[in-house]
Design a binder for this molecule. Structure first.
Ligand SMILES: Nc1ncnc2c1ncn2[C@@H]1O[C@H](COP(=O)(O)OP(=O)(O)O)[C@@H](O)[C@H]1O
Ligand SMILES: CC(=O)N[C@@H](CCC(=O)OP(=O)(O)O)C(=O)O
Length: 295
């Protein structure tokens, strides 16, 4: 074998060896992956993400995917001549919008299931309605009525435990029911966080369309690779964080305060960012850690 080929083989072997302690550490551990609509822009991107999650499953982790689809919902809302409206990052959801959102999320869900199945792993796509997974109350945004938007009040994780026990990969769409069995639209970050807390996930990973958290989004040098839940709260209270990052960061701190060991915000557009974060020493993106850990 030539030296160049030998080096390549050694490089491949060292990647696998570096992964070994992480494979051991997370064996049988639950990892909730929130896959945001912003990082679903094309099929190749989706296939890469699905490959990573499937690999996690095959090496012994227990991943659960909670997906969004905000961009696709807005596209279809536009097609019926409506304008998509948001208050504090939450979609104003009238009856017709709810109908569209449930249909679109159902399609996104089954597309992801198909991609996992194509890789030879058994996936089951559900929404928060199935098995009573997500029970909601109506949510208001700053006192405003925003329609059928759900505030998760209860999670019954039994259906997820049953699926994991039978070795299925659960894929969850963010739709739930209230006490009167009305259908509600749930922000997918909220759904992922509530599920991660309820199943005692070891990790919660948000795959989005930005490298991670910036102190100042207009200043690339202000990237934050690691911060405690307390520091995240300071940033939130300081009014620096905007857009869809606000509910995400609120959910990150809530997850850490409620028993999830690590929360990561990663750029889902970067191929295999999930594997890099979990299996390499460097890590990528932003990690939110508990207050008693060192930054
Ligand atoms: N301080 C910040 N750091 C990083 N992103 C931010 C910040 N403030 C606002 N954002 C915005 O948050 C967006 C991610 O949230 P969102 O669009 O809801 O993604 P997803 O669909 O993945 O949930 C980023 O694209 C970015 O424009
Ligand atoms: C209430 C609310 O805002 N629901 C979201 C649900 C989908 C979602 O959260 O998708 P992303 O993760 O891609 O943003 C919506 O209708 O857009």
């Amino acid at each position: 074998m030539e030296q160049k080929e030998m080096d390549q083989v050694m490089q491949k072997a060292s990647v696998l060896i570096e992964a070994l302690p992480y494979i051991q550490k997370f064996n049988r551990k639950i990892i909730v992956v929130k896959y945001g609509g912003s990082a679903m822009s094309n099929e190749e991107l989706q296939r890469n993400v699905i490959k990573d999650v499937t690999l996690l499953k095959l090496v012994g982790f227990k991943p659960i995917i909670v997906h969004g689809g905000g961009k696709a919902i807005s596209k279809w809302v536009g097609k019926v001549g409506k304008e998509a409206r948001f208050v504090n990052g939450l979609r104003v959801t009238d009856e017709e919008t709810m109908e569209i959102a449930e249909m679109v999320l159902g399609r996104v869900n089954k597309n992801l299931v198909t991609m996992v199945e194509e890789l030879g792993v058994k996936a089951v796509g559900i929404s928060g309605k199935d098995g009573g997974l997500l029970k909601v109350d109506k949510k208001y945004a700053d006192g405003q009525d925003i329609g059928f938007v759900g505030d998760i009040k209860e999670v019954d994780p039994k259906v997820l435990y049953d699926l994991l026990e039978k070795d299925f990969l659960p894929i969850v769409a963010p739709v739930g029911l209230d006490d009167d069995f009305n259908t509600y639209n749930i922000n997918a970050d909220d759904a992922a966080c509530a599920i991660a807390k309820a199943v005692g996930a070891d990790k919660l990973v948000f795959l989005t369309d930005i490298e991670g958290l910036y102190k100042d989004i207009n200043d690339k040098s202000s990237f934050i690779s690691r911060l405690t839940a307390g520091q995240a709260e300071e940033l939130i209270n300081g009014g620096i964080i905007g857009g869809g990052m606000l509910p995400k960061l609120n959910n990150c701190t809530s997850a850490i305060r409620n028993g999830v060991n690590r929360v990561h915000i990663l750029d889902g557009r970067v191929p295999h960012c999930l594997l890099l974060e979990i299996f390499t020493n460097e890590g990528v993106g932003t990690a939110i850690i508990s207050d008693d850990e060192e930054v």
